[in-house]
Every structure is written in C-alpha cells, then in structure tokens.
Design a protein around this ligand. Structure first.
Ligand SMILES: [Zn+2]
Length: 379
C-alpha cells in the first residue's frame, strides 16, 4: 500500500461540516523527480479516480521495489467540495455553488508576479535557476490568502503541485475519445503519453484564455523562458497537461487498468519510476487548440448525434441533427455539419441543447482564422 496517506482538512464552510483532501505519497518526501497526479477537480468526472485506483497498487509495488527515485503524490478525488454537490440525485461538481464558478478555471496566474520577482535573479546555471524559480513560486503561493472553501481548495492543490516536475490533471468530456491538452512547448513530452493512452487528439495552446490547473502550473515558466531568453531554463522543469479520459460514462475496470498501465509506463519513460518502459505505440500528432472547430447549435432543440467520438470527418459532413419535435418533421430537423476536416474527438451527449451550445468538437491540423479568446469554452 501507499507509503503514507495524508489527510488535509479544508476549513469548515458552515457549522457542522468539514471536508478533507486525501493525498497518497509514494517514494521519498521532497525527493525528485516529483510527480503530482490528480483526478476529478471537476467532481462529476469519475473515470480519473478509477484510473488512479488502478495505478496506485502499481506505484506501491514500485515503491516497495525501490523503483521510485523521487516522490509521486496522488490525489484521487481532488475536489471534495464538488463531490458534495448532489442536486436532485444528480452529482454536479463542475461549478462551485458558492458562485466562484468553474472549479478548473481561474487558478492563480503567477506570470506577472514571477517575472517581476525573478528580475536580476537568474544566472547561467540551469539547475540553480530551477531551484530559485521553484522557491519563488512557493513563496508567491505562500503569500496568497483565500477565504472561501473553493478558493482554499484551489490554492491547496496549486501549492501541492506547483513545484513538481510533472503534473497530470485527469478529467473527462461528455462523450469523447481520449484527448490531451498541453502547451506547444510540451507537445513532445505529451505525444509520448498520448501514444501510450491511444489518444485521438493532442491539443496545444500557449494560453487557452482561462487559467485551468495545468496552465497555472506551466505558464509562469514559459513567461520566464520568453522574457529571459539568455538564461538557461529547462523546458521540462515543470510539465503539466490535462488528460480527458473519454466520456463521463466510460467507467470500467479494464479500460481504467489500461490507462493506469499507460500512465505508469510514461512515468517510467520520464524517469519518475526506474526501469525500462515498453515502447509507445499509436503515435498521436499534436494539433493546435485554435484549430478545433466547434459544431454549434443555431437554436434550441434536441441534439441527436450520428458520428461516434474519435471518427475522422470531412468538412461539411453531417455529425448530428438538431430536432424541434413541435414542428412538422420535415421542418423540424436541422443537420449540423463539421466546420473543418479532422477528428471529431468529443461531443455533447444526446440531450436538449440551447442556442449556441457547442455540441461537437473537431480537431483539425491547422489554426482556424479568427479563433481566439477563450478556447476551452465551458463544456
Ligand atoms: Zn473536466
């Protein structure tokens, strides 16, 4: 079993209630490489916790065999606040009910503060720079205060992961093939993970327009690399991505075990677990996040998809229909088409759609002119 299990108590949001975060630690505390793995920051996305459930016995065995040179930390349920948000028998968990919004947006953006704090402090020794940058990030996070439970949860996760070498944030989409979001600088590192997980898409963006967890960890480093180009800052001092483990309902032991094996092998290939990892198969080329063509609904209706996630589509191919059953059948059926050629990697489940909903996403190899702003959307 895990070498230690830490229970981090969150401040009570109301009399008589208290929640806590659980972190399993493998390896040696403080040693490197340090890895942070979390799942279900969107508390209603449950494939990730099952993958970590299958991964942890493998980590425990590696730990017993002395194969973890650094430290691997695992938070299987990263959002105990969201987990309590069962409304009318349905687990919500994507948005904080205290009004602070999407649990995976609006993490602290340390770019400006870090750039300012590091002015004149970087030298020509890459390792010394990494140590100084990590210490500064820790200090900036230590200075920050938060009041409400959701903000404190985010800050706690940020502090736990911020000085890791590797951080994976496990999510899922509504109905989807496995896909990964990361920064362009880290496409090579995560192409290997994508290959091991059989991903249908590896989507890259330097700044998606919000501050999800992975970007809160990585973007401050990229800012320093851009600002201080004459100083050595290794590209892999902090790598982080968001893994979308297919769809919300894709929860089964066999799939989760395969995903856990893929993550374990990737960690081994990155040196976080000693020994030789098997070679990766099924390469997955990176494509730009601003090359994702959304299929949107022009009006409300019943969304009925007809293309399975992971399918290659041509531009203009019908991917589903938007139906208004109150109209005669010939007038009440609108075909919705792929805006670009590529892989339709995710879709909204068949359901009532509002006007402007993004009901399917197609990853194309080229940036789409005019695609900017908040690239992740909210669904
Ligand atoms: Zn999510």
């Amino acid at each position: 079993m895990a070498r230690t299990i830490e229970r981090i108590v969150l401040p009570s949001p109301s009399p008589g209630t208290e929640r806590h975060l659980v972190v399993h630690r493998f390896g040696r505390k403080g040693a490197r490489p340090r890895v942070w793995l979390q799942a279900a920051i969107h508390a209603d996305e449950l494939p990730g916790p099952l993958v970590l459930h299958h991964l942890m016995p493998k980590l425990a065995e590696a730990d017993r065999n002395g194969q973890i040179p650094g430290e691997i930390m695992v938070a299987p349920f990263a959002n105990p606040v969201g987990l309590t948000q069962v409304v009318g028998s349905v687990l919500q968990g994507r948005y904080a009910l205290d009004g602070s919004g999407n649990f995976n947006r609006g993490f602290l953006d340390l770019r400006d503060a870090l750039e300012e704090a590091m002015a004149g402090k970087l030298g020509n020794d890459a390792a010394a720079n990494v140590t100084a940058i990590r210490a500064t990030i820790e200090a900036l996070l230590a200075e920050h205060k938060a009041d409400d439970e959701s903000a404190i949860l985010k800050l706690t996760l940020h502090r736990l992961a911020a000085t890791a070498d590797i951080a994976l944030d496990l999510h899922c989409d509504d109905q989807a093939a496995l896909h990964i979001y990361c920064g362009p600088r880290q496409a090579v590192a995560f192409a290997d993970l994508a290959a091991r997980l059989g991903a249908a898409a590896l989507l890259t963006a330097g700044d998606s327009g919000d501050t999800p967890f992975d970007e809160a960890l990585t973007r401050p480093w990229w800012r320093l690399m851009e600002r201080y180009q004459d100083k050595p800052i290794p590209n892999d001092a902090m790598i982080s991505c968001t893994v979308e483990l297919r769809g919300r309902a894709d929860i089964d032991d066999a799939t989760a075990q395969r995903d856990a094996d893929g993550i374990f092998d990737w960690l081994q290939a990155r040196g976080a677990i000693s020994g030789k990892a098997p070679p990766a198969v099924a390469p997955c080329p990176a494509t730009p996040l601003d090359g994702v063509g959304p299929v949107r609904t022009p009006h409300a209706g019943l969304w009925v998809p007809c293309v399975e996630p992971g399918t290659r589509v041509t531009a203009g191919q019908i991917v589903g229909h938007l139906i208004d059953p109150m109209l005669p059948a010939d007038a009440g059926r609108l075909a919705l088409k792929a805006p670009v050629a590529g892989t339709m990697f995710a879709r909204m489940r068949p359901d009532l759609a509002k006007a402007g909903d993004r009901v399917a996403k197609v990853a194309s190899p080229q940036s789409i002119p005019g695609r900017r702003g908040k690239l992740l959307g909210d669904r």
